[in-house]
Write a protein that binds this ligand. Structure first.
Ligand SMILES: [Zn+2]
Length: 265
């Protein structure tokens, strides 16, 4: 039986990393088949590789710089990313470049730093034929202006944690992007607009993620401590299945296939 695949979990975050055994037991109990660990900088990737070596074939990771960390990005960092990717060649634990993009909601790095960091990673993805894991928050116009110059030479791209409008969704789909949906959809305050939008995502472009330890689903029927983890991915799938009026096993099967095709895993 196919399991769910979480395309984005921040397992290097201390809330999750410090209780990895429990997290792994929980996700196995819920038949989560694989988890892509999101890296937000190079040090995350080193930690993620340690996790992967403990649990091969369960975890994969990305390598890149989150826009929040763009202020620390440099040509040295780019070399490190290149090194990690070339050492991983043939082992294939690093399955995408990212997460990268623009975040003008919290400007932890300046817009100029974010743009430079984003462009350098797009250039890398276009020369290495690696998928790219994209983050965009309140930066749609600048993000698309930059992305459109590289998108045709990039193998696969996913806009992770999509929370935007119908028009923004259409732009991403027209560019060929896959769309990652999180527990945001189960939040009736912030995510209700996604209930209508989700039907416009073609079945072969939809993937799901927890973005744990953040964004805990709002439809969890039991007491919890507010810390999201990959075993809660089924609640994201459940929200989507209710919005689309489809059986949860249909959502499981199509997102599983899309994810394996996208990341070549
Ligand atoms: Zn993100």
């Amino acid at each position: 039986m196919l399991g769910l695949i979480d395309i984005g979990a921040n397992l290097t975050h201390p809330e999750l990393y410090n209780q990895l055994d429990r997290i792994v037991n929980n996700l196995r109990a819920e038949n989560i088949e694989k988890v892509i660990i999101t890296s937000s900088n190079v040090s995350d990737t080193h930690t993620a590789l340690k996790i992967i070596d403990l649990y091969p074939n369960l975890f994969y990771t990305t390598v890149g710089f989150h826009p929040h960390n763009a202020k620390d990005f440099s040509s040295v960092a780019l070399e490190e990313i290149n090194d990690l990717l070339s050492k991983d060649n043939g082992i294939d634990r690093i399955v995408a470049i990212g997460e990268c993009g623009l975040d003008f909601y919290r400007e932890y790095s300046t817009k100029e730093q974010q743009k430079y960091c984003f462009i350098e990673q797009l250039k890398l993805a276009s020369t290495l034929s690696k998928p790219i894991f994209l983050h965009e928050r309140l930066a749609h116009k600048d993000f698309v202006d930059i992305l459109k110059s590289y998108i045709d030479s990039i193998q696969n791209s996913v806009v992770h944690c999509f929370t935007g409008t119908k028009e923004e969704l259409k732009v991403y789909l027209d560019m060929g992007c896959y769309i990652g949906i999180t527990g945001w959809i189960s939040d009736l305050n912030r995510g209700k607009h996604l209930h209508n939008l989700i039907k416009y995502i073609p079945e072969d472009r939809l993937m799901i993620e927890t973005d744990s330890p953040y964004l805990i689903p709002h439809n969890i029927p039991f007491e919890h401590n507010g810390i999201n983890e990959p075993s809660f991915l089924k609640f994201v799938a459940q929200s989507i299945s209710e919005c689309l009026n489809k059986d949860i096993n249909v959502i499981k099967e199509l997102t599983n296939k899309n994810t394996k095709r996208f990341f070549s895993i």
